[in-house]
Design a protein around this ligand. Structure first.
Ligand SMILES: [Zn+2]
Length: 138
């Protein structure tokens, strides 16, 4: 379950980066995104551990009639969050890199919906027909 717990950590960092949330709100939010709500026994030890490591700060308050703890990111939580984000970005980039094409005219990267045109016997990729047309005129 190691992979799942680091996913939970990542979701916690991401969500708390946007706003202060209670453990319960985090559970519901993670459930919404992943389609599978983690149990309280999965999330609270993670939250406690992250707080102990100095990534989160908690505050106890009333939410309606319920007294509960809400969490926010500390400065080191924020830098951990952006470090993990960069790490995920590089993984995603490695996965999709063979699917990315580069426009022969403007050099922009195209992930989806490229436009191909044969020019002087060579099949070239463009981001749009306008780029293909300007390339052909050169
Ligand atoms: Zn282009």
């Amino acid at each position: 379950m190691q992979a799942r717990s680091s996913m939970i950590k990542y979701f916690i960092l991401r969500h708390l980066g946007r706003k202060r949330m209670t453990g319960y709100e985090l559970l519901a939010e993670i459930g919404n995104i992943t389609g599978k709500q983690p149990s309280t026994s999965q999330i609270y030890p993670v939250l406690n551990g992250m707080e102990k490591s100095g990534y989160l700060a908690s505050k106890t308050g009333f939410y309606g009639k319920r007294k509960s703890k809400s969490y926010s990111l500390t400065a080191s939580g924020k830098s951990l969050s952006s470090a993990i984000e960069k790490h995920f970005e590089s993984i995603v980039r490695a996965i999709i890199s063979d699917k990315i094409r580069v426009c022969a005219h403007c050099n922009c990267e195209i992930l989806k919906g490229h436009y191909s045109k044969v020019i002087c016997g060579r099949k070239l990729d463009f981001c749009c027909s306008a780029c293909a047309a300007s390339f052909a005129q050169k």
